[in-house]
Design a binder for this molecule. Sequence first.
Ligand SMILES: [Zn+2]
Ligand SMILES: [Zn+2]
Length: 148
Amino acid sequence: MTASQHPTTAEELRGAGLRVTAARVALLETVRHGDHLGIEAITTGVRARVGHVSLQAVYEALHALTAAGLVRRIEPAGRSPRFEGRVGDNHHHVVCRSCGVVADVDCAVGEAPCLTPSDNHGFSIGEAEVVYWGLCPACSTAHSSEHP
Ligand SMILES: [Zn+2]
Ligand SMILES: [Zn+2]
């Protein structure tokens, strides 16, 4: 018995109740191999894998995979949305104010941390979103050499 065998991307789509299409498989692989990609970069990656796919098909696949929980959409305020394949752990992000680069921030404790606010106002909390804003190392280096 090979218990540790990983399902293929197509099997994961099927397991999430989705119809398997070449565009969806390519999109999930693109998002997982990328690092918080925007729609343009995802479209480029999908087309590199399966040839021409319409922008509409990319949006449709992103919507389906996000709704199924295979892809997570993050929307830093005032920035275009980014997509990632790291889902289910409620991790946070740090965003560079200057160039917009996004990096993952793990919480120190727990599987899905930060779900215990000081006052939940009677809500049943399912997700918490924390965005740290600052300057990435490249931008803060550039910034400090501009203003010595
Ligand atoms: Zn930066
Ligand atoms: Zn992330």
